[in-house]
Design a protein around this ligand. Sequence first.
Ligand SMILES: [Zn+2]
Length: 204
Amino acid sequence: MQGTIACHACDLLVDVSELKTGQRASCPRCGHSLTRIRKDAHSKVLAYSVAALIALVTANAFPFLSFASSGLESVMTLPQTPAMLWGNGLPMVAILVAAFIIYIPATVLVLLILLCMPLRGERWRPWLKPVGRWVFTLQSWSMVEVFIIGVIVSLVKIMKMATVTMGLSFWGYVFFAILFTMAIAALDKYQMWQEIEALEEQRG
Ligand SMILES: [Zn+2]
């Protein structure tokens, strides 16, 4: 990724030393396309997002935690967490918890897929710009890691009173949280907008 490129069409030397992954350079004199540094950024985001979505579905389908105390056992699933809060007279908290731990992250993942599928195939889609904006707005409202830490802290307390077993869904959610974080980390905002704008120009 060094130095200058001579334009194939008009021989002008163009400095592309500041070119970052995902940017394209074209000749300022004649507009001839010079180079495009690709890395599989969108394929990575896409792979993590699809895997995270599968992990999230798994996390909702099986027992999350089970508690055993003096011969009684109770099993809790992830969707039951907000349902229990609702039942305990905390509907607002229930809605917020469901949104922060399940629905907002799920929406972010679906948006990431909608964004990276066309970007990977270099196809313009009319939803690219609004989806790009929403991804970055919503991701700050998903509290996946906060929830995991909260669960671990409460588990330490509950373990003194009952035998706690982590169910398949618990590990599914941990897996989902890791994949979700990796998907967000793999998405470069600058590169994304560069590519969206490039696609928009190409189309026009
Ligand atoms: Zn040129």
